[in-house]
Design a binder for this molecule. Structure first.
Ligand SMILES: [Zn+2]
Ligand SMILES: [Zn+2]
Length: 298
């Protein structure tokens, strides 16, 4: 089968000025979220819609876009894979194949010039969201051939905006304006910036257990907000694992939910982290980092 190719996944462009006009939908969602949320006001209903809307989106992003479609760290049925993609696309982070292709590129070139969103290369705000606002809308299907062979996923990927808007209409019909503004628009904006923080903050703020060649960090605050993605240095050290909190005290809500789904036989072959991978480099890495710091300060 010949795969449709819609341009190269972005890599390594230098920061340029971000056009306000070209990114009106991005800024517009922020404005609608703010104005709409203020206009309908806060209360129990708003809180429940916000928590629910954020939780579904964040889980679908971490379990679906990241751990399944980007890293194949567990297996599931074709039906549940579609559901995961559909739920994640309610977060308006572009299509499932786009997300996975760019993320695979990130791991291939982490913090190197070809990395599309490295704070080391282009600065914090570029890594956080400006890289998205300067083009980067195309999907390199060659990087995701394993999932691009499913026509339903290619359809979703091409109609990402339609899916996100349809989500909005559905939520409005279920819960009215409060649901629309708090459960959709505010939830999207929160999920955007918390997800973006893994590309920006999780490469500059936190501790480094493993001496990976990139700048990835472990950060408990980000781990709680992202349901486990904040253990980013663990993840860069061993990408295959569906578990990113390597120790019991490293909270990883997405992994706990995946284990429940595994018990229900909705997912299976959930990859863990082998003990020797988890433990082997810890002490040597600490020694190397300490030696490096001593060398730098000396
Ligand atoms: Zn990853
Ligand atoms: Zn990273």
């Amino acid at each position: 089968m010949t795969l449709e190719r819609r341009g190269e996944a972005h890599s390594g462009s230098m920061p340029e000025r971000v056009s306000l006009r070209e990114n009106l939908p991005f800024w517009g969602v922020h404005v609608v979220a703010l104005v709409g949320a203020i206009s309908v006001g806060w209360g129990w209903s708003a809180a429940l819609w916000l928590v629910g809307g954020y939780t579904v989106r964040m889980f679908a992003i971490t379990a679906g876009y990241h751990r399944y479609f980007s890293h194949r760290s567990f297996k599931t049925s074709r039906v549940f894979q579609f559901i995961l993609a559909l739920l994640a696309m309610g977060s308006a982070q572009q299509g499932v194949l786009w997300w996975a292709s760019h993320h695979r590129n990130h791991h291939k070139y982490s913090d190197q010039p070809e990395d599309a969103h490295s704070p080391r290369q282009h600065g914090f705000w570029w890594s956080h969201c400006f890289w998205l606002l300067r083009g980067n809308r195309t999907t390199d299907l060659d990087k995701v051939k394993d999932f691009a062979r499913y026509p339903e996923l290619r359809w979703l990927d091409r109609h990402d905006l339609f899916v996100a808007v349809a989500w909005g209409f559905l939520i409005y019909f279920i819960g009215g304006p409060t649901a629309l503004f708090w459960g959709h628009f505010v939830a999207i904006v929160l999920a955007w910036h918390v997800t973006f923080c893994i590309n920006s903050l999780a490469h500059v703020w936190g501790s480094r257990r493993y001496a990976t060649t990139d700048d990835s960090r472990n950060n408990p605050v980000l781990a709680v907000l992202t349901f486990g993605e904040g253990w980013h240095n663990n993840h860069h050290h061993y990408q295959r694992s569906a578990r990113q909190g390597f120790f019991w005290w490293e909270v990883d809500i997405t992994y706990y939910v995946l284990r429940v789904l595994e018990k229900l036989r909705i997912v299976w072959d959930v990859e863990g982290v082998p003990d020797h991978v988890r433990d082997a480099q810890v002490a040597p890495a600490r020694a190397r980092i300490a030696a490096h710091r001593a060398g730098v300060s000396g």
